[in-house]
Design a protein around this ligand. Structure first.
Ligand code: NAD
Length: 471
């Protein structure tokens, strides 16, 4: 596969060019380097109709065959990871090695999901009747992905939706459409025409899709603000929704930690992927006894961390992925400066037109400052002091978000007690960002609606059907 040009949509198994195009920018330079199709309303109609037609036979294809095709698609991703990673870095910004890891991880995820089979529950099997509940697919799925993990988060939708017997139209973010468009072409050899369609376009395409009557369900990953619009749009014809949304995760560090042993992991848990991770630590609460020591250690790690073009050897953190997000992050930094917050910013950033932001630690800002209250989705980490456990749990939970959280302590019993009191979908104790295909992932409060992954995630692409048989 040529990853350097020829970016086309995949509709009903065919390669389809756009009548118009959108520009794709390399965030390390700020310059456009490719263009992607801008899907028209008529092309979207064709894709939804093709998926609707394909659903009639795909739902009746034996699940073992569907699972085998999804596993094969995963293999194809893994086989192409090395080559695709360079394109990934150009459009997303992250370093090539981490880009490759995402693509391989997505392929392995697909293979793991392909091994899952929905259950059948028998409630009665007697002389008079037999009652079972089985799960059936929904229809055509509208899948909408963000730009921070463009391949992985899309495949989290593709694998369970297709294993369950649905068909799909997938839309990547306008900022990172290219790898997903190539995946559409690669998978065209695996799935029957119409089962898996990929369309790309600008800001109008998302609402055009969520309002389309041909979809049975919307699976959306992105910001909470957009998630609310998606849910509103879905309400018109009661489409099912799964919404994976924003977070403002708190990590709580107790005084008994070994700073040298945990600092690197705490740093990566906040700044990996240039902090553009929904479950990155966005508020770091540190006990006052170890606060200064951890702050100084994190600052030292930050100044030794290379920020640069992901295509360059040795780059750990790339640019912010797009201009819109860059401006938001810079505005938050300006607000912190205007309010005289103490910023620790030693690391150098490249000059030029790229969307680079220095790794920034905000030293004990007030709880009500914007850097604490808002999801930065960029490398600005507020560190906050605490002395009392009940108080810190209260502060950690005082958020409309509830995605993830971390607790760091040698006393695992105490850490588990704290973890159970956090109002979040995932809590890590003495580790960070660990996710698995067999374990449900989702948000409490305004971080989400429904879950992905695990059997629970697979069943979000199905509805129960109870069958009562009189004997
Ligand atoms: P975003 O909400 O701006 O965009 C996400 C997707 O929605 C894009 O494909 C976009 O084109 C599309 N979209 C935009 N407006 C739409 C509309 N009105 N209707 C339908 N679709 C529309 O989010 P983003 O900036 O791409 O991603 C960053 C956000 O995503 C952060 O808040 C982050 O925390 C969150 N996120 C959550 C998870 C999770 O699993 N919970 C994972 C990754 C990212």
């Amino acid at each position: 596969m040529n990853f350097n040009d020829g970016y086309v949509m995949t509709i009903d198994g065919a390669a389809v060019a756009g009548k118009a195009t959108i520009e794709v920018v390399n965030p390390a330079t700020g310059e456009p380097f490719a263009s992607a199709p801008d899907c028209s309303k008529a092309q979207l109609d064709t894709a939804v109709a093709a998926a609707g037609k394909a659903f009639k036979s795909w739902r009746n294809t034996p699940i073992a065959e569907r699972q085998a095709m999804v596993a094969k698609a995963g293999e194809i991703l893994i086989a192409n990871a090395e080559e695709m990673s360079r394109l990934f870095t150009r459009e997303q910004g992250r370093n090539v090695e981490m880009a490759k890891q995402e693509i391989i991880g997505a392929g392995m995820w697909m293979k793991a999901v392909a091994a899952m089979t929905p259950p059948v529950h028998v409630s009665e099997d007697s002389d008079t009747q037999f009652i079972e509940t089985r799960y059936v697919p929904l229809g055509v799925i509208c899948a909408i992905a963000p730009w921070n993990f463009p391949v992985n988060l899309a495949m989290w939708k593709v694998a369970p939706a297709l294993v369950a017997g649905n068909t799909m139209v997938l839309k990547p973010s306008p900022f990172t459409p290219l790898c997903t468009l190539k995946i559409g072409q690669m998978f065209a050899d695996v799935f029957p025409p119409g089962v898996f369609n990929v369309v790309s376009g600008g800001d109008d395409l998302g609402p055009m899709m969520t309002g389309h009557p041909g979809f049975a369900k919307i699976s959306f990953t992105g910001s909470t603000a957009t998630g609310k619009r998606v849910m509103e749009s879905a309400a018109k014809d009661l489409k099912r929704v799964t919404l994976e949304l924003g977070g403002n995760d708190a990590a709580i560090v107790l005084p008994d930690v070994d700073i040298d042993a945990v600092a690197q992991s705490i740093f990566l848990g906040a700044f990996l992927n240039t902090a553009q991770i929904c479950v990155a630590t966005k508020r770091l609460y540190v006990h006052e006894d170890v606060y200064d020591a951890l702050r100084d250690r994190l600052a030292a790690i930050a100044s030794a961390t290379k920020v640069g073009d992901g295509a360059e050897q040795g780059t750990v953190l790339g640019p912010i992925q797009n201009k819109r997000q860059y401006e938001r992050v810079m505005e938050l930094l300006e607000d912190a400066k205007t309010n005289n917050l103490t910023l620790i910013q030693d690391a150098a950033i490249p000059e030029g037109g790229g969307y680079f932001v220095p790794v920034t630690i905000v030293d004990n800002p007030p709880e009500n400052s914007r850097v604490v209250q808002e999801e930065a989705f960029g490398p600005i980490l507020p560190m906050l002091k605490f002395s009392d456990i009940d108080d810190v749990i209260e502060r950690a939970n005082a958020s409309d978000y509830g995605l993830g959280g971390q607790v760091w302590s040698k006393d695992t019993k105490k850490a588990v007690e704290i973890a159970r009191r956090l109002e979040t979908g995932t809590v890590w104790i003495n580790q960070m960002l660990n996710l698995r295909p067999d374990t449900p992932f989702g948000g409490h409060k305004q971080s989400g609606f429904g879950v992905e992954n695990g059997m629970e995630g697979l069943l979000e692409y199905m509805v129960p059907q109870a069958v009562y048989l009189a004997r």
